[in-house]
Design a binder for this molecule. Structure first.
Ligand code: GLY
Length: 353
């Protein structure tokens, strides 16, 4: 998979202009959702807006579906898009995933670039080439791995995020800290989430994105080490789906942060993680992300959800990515049901429910 160019931009319009000039596309389409259109589209600048056609889809993950995708294909088809066209995806993970998939499949593929407008998108969804839509009630069920040509990360967008959405993105940065090295983990622990230093944020984002890039470079199609990026997600996705089924959806990063608590425990119990790191991780998450209310009556349903995890291999085992230290990742670790339940007990005890 081609390497993506990543900009940590201080001048969005200039960087976008130079990307477009360098690529010399036939025609340009900007995909955005209804909310992002109002808040961010103008910041691309008149010179680009005058050259591009804007495609708008409804906001929200429930619209990351075949209907929205078909509407994008239809627009492209009716507006003379070709393989030489360029798609610019402006939005959060929903837009970059769906737009990346639309661009990758239209006439068997046109170039696209991502401009993530959420912190979660910047440090995760927009980077690494995963694209797709939800289907048949399952998240990201259909898609391809095909990298955007570039990702333009413009940190001023994240100043206007509400605190919950900021923390949702920061959860993936916590994960990147745990799977990378002591320096990055120390930076994560030192960053004050109650008084965010927006001058330092671009540096923190850069550091975090580099962790993901390194992993993706080695294993773009997730045959092996890319599963490290799933730390916290086996239980986190189960929390997320369970909350959704109960009609009380949780932000993705909150579910992942809370999923990291039992997975840190499993790392301690099954992979030799030290108690000190377990404590550091749990207190950072507990202090900032609160609790997701579960009781032991929910464990079987959560377990059932974990059986659908994409890392499993269809033989009934549940496979985790765990850590034995900062930056020491073990993948494909089979954990038995009773240990998973014990980790959920640990979660309930830790967050005081
Ligand atoms: N979100 C994890 C990955 O891109 O592999």
């Amino acid at each position: 998979m081609a390497i993506q160019k990543i900009y940590i931009s201080t001048n969005l319009q200039a960087d976008l202009e130079s990307e477009i000039e360098g690529r010399n596309p036939g025609n340009i389409f900007i995909l955005t959702d209804s909310t992002t259109k109002k808040l961010c589209l103008n910041q691309l600048g008149e010179s680009i807006l005058s050259k591009a056609k804007v495609i708008e889809i409804p906001a929200g993950d429930d619209h990351k579906n075949i209907e929205s995708l078909a509407s994008v294909w239809l627009y492209l088809s009716n507006n003379n898009a070709t393989r030489k066209s360029l798609m610019i995806n402006l939005g959060g993970g929903m837009v970059t995933d769906l737009g990346g998939f639309a661009a990758s499949t239209f006439k068997r593929g046109m170039d696209y670039i991502n401009i993530p407008t959420t912190l979660l998108g910047a440090v995760d969804a927009a980077v690494g080439g995963k694209t797709g839509i939800n289907f048949n009630g399952l998240k990201n069920e259909i898609g391809v791995i095909n990298s955007s040509k570039s990702v333009i990360i413009y940190a001023p967008f994240y100043k206007t995020l509400d605190h919950h959405n900021f923390l949702s993105g920061y959860a993936e940065m916590i994960k990147h800290g745990l799977i990378s090295n002591q320096k990055i983990w120390d930076d994560i622990l030192a960053f004050n989430l109650n008084n965010i230093d927006f001058d330092r944020l671009p540096y923190m984002i850069k550091e975090s994105v580099e962790v993901k890039e390194e992993v993706v470079k080695i294993d773009p199609t997730e045959k092996g080490i890319r599963k490290a990026l799933n730390f916290g997600h086996t239980i986190g996705h189960a929390f997320e789906s369970y909350a959704m089924k109960q009609g009380n959806p949780a932000l993705h990063g909150y579910a992942v942060a809370r999923g990291m608590i039992p997975e840190l425990y499993l790392s301690f119990k099954k992979a030799g993680l030290s108690k000190d790191i377990l404590r550091e991780g749990v207190s950072l998450i507990k202090e900032n992300y609160g609790s997701f209310f579960i009781s032991c009556k929910d464990y079987d349903k959560l377990y059932e959800l974990m059986t659908h995890d994409k890392k499993n291999e269809g033989d009934g085992r549940i496979l985790f990515s765990l850590i034995s230290g900062i930056g020491e990742v073990k993948i494909n670790i089979n954990i038995e049901k009773q240990d998973i339940f014990e980790s959920l007990d640990f979660y309930c005890d830790s967050v005081g429910i």
